[in-house]
Design a protein around this ligand. Structure first.
Ligand code: ADP
Length: 169
């Protein structure tokens, strides 16, 4: 059985992420989408468990997708799960350097681990969770960016952050 792992922050999961999930799920027998802790990113908008629930909502119709979360090193997580392929999405330019470096490091730490890149579809090329958070703060229509199932959750969180006087920066 071919197992792949799609790791990321997914804060929140976007239409770009979902596109990668659908495509990867059609290539592998089983795809594990894993919400990882990213020490380099600022405080997340959603807890790890909330992000897991949102991804479950938007992938409910894809039977071979499983959603998990972990604070382990990705190479260790993959070893534990028996996954031999990491799936990553590549957007215009910006992702390449960083993803290339991470793929080499993960392979060095766990030589059984390979990384497969799926290029972003053109309509999602410039879409990121941080852009969505920025736009959401200004009440922009998010229909093209976020899966419809999670827009209410997202708007609710933005409203509560605004009421709490939290800045979006
Ligand atoms: P971000 O916070 O930048 O949106 P994540 O850490 O959640 O990113 O991303 C997880 C993975 O999904 C990474 O491999 C990233 O390159 C990929 N990804 C994110 N957004 C898109 C998109 N719009 N199209 C394709 N791949 C994407």
């Amino acid at each position: 059985m071919k197992i792949a792992i799609y790791p990321g922050s997914f804060d929140p999961v976007t239409n770009g992420h979902r596109n990668i999930i659908r495509r990867a799920a059609s290539i592998f027998d089983r795809l594990i989408v894993c919400v990882m802790v990213n020490a380099g990113k600022s405080k997340p908008m959603f807890s790890q468990q909330e992000r897991v629930e949102m991804i479950r909502k938007v992938t409910a119709e894809i039977p071979n997708v499983e959603v998990d979360c972990s604070d382990e090193l990705l190479a260790d997580y993959a070893r534990r799960k028996g996954g031999c392929v990491i799936v990553k999405g590549l957007r215009a330019g910006s992702d390449f350097e960083n993803e290339f470096q991470m793929a080499l490091i993960n392979h060095k730490i766990n030589p059984n681990l390979d990384t497969m890149f799926l290029t972003s579809e053109h309509q999602y090329m410039y879409l990121s969770s941080s852009t969505v958070k920025e736009l959401g703060w200004y009440d922009v229509d998010l229909g093209d960016f976020l899966p419809a199932e999670i827009i209410p959750d997202f708007q609710k969180r933005i409203q509560s952050l605004k009421l709490g006087g939290t800045s979006h920066a």
